[in-house]
Design a protein around this ligand. Structure first.
Ligand code: ZN
Length: 106
């Protein structure tokens, strides 16, 4: 997929349509000590009682029963930087592409 380097879109700080530069946001690994994973560990871990139903935590890993990893393309997030106020916003648009190139618009 070809994406133009410059794009005119809404800036929440300027509250107007301004020119933005487009870059690809880096994917970051999820931290292990976040609130959600700690809550999951306490529900799942040996600290809890070893009997009874723990709801969704009683299930196998999601790759065992759902078609996780079936798709061959990745979704990409874009970082849009406003050229007026230099504020950056991340657009997590849901377009899939195998190959992505950011190019100058002629
Ligand atoms: Zn702006």
């Amino acid at each position: 997929m070809k994406v133009p380097k410059n794009k005119k879109t809404f800036c929440p700080k300027c509250k107007a349509q301004t020119a933005h530069t487009v870059a690809v946001a880096k994917k970051r690994e999820r931290g292990t000590l976040k609130k959600g994973s700690m809550a999951r560990l306490t529900k799942r871990g040996s600290a809890k009682a070893g009997f009874g139903n723990h709801g969704k935590f009683s299930r196998k890993a999601i790759s065992g029963w759902k078609r996780i990893g079936a798709k061959t393309s990745k979704k990409t997030d874009f970082r849009l930087t406003c050229t007026v106020c230099k504020k950056t916003q991340v657009k997590s648009s849901g377009t899939r592409a195998k190959k992505l190139t950011i190019e100058d618009k002629t």
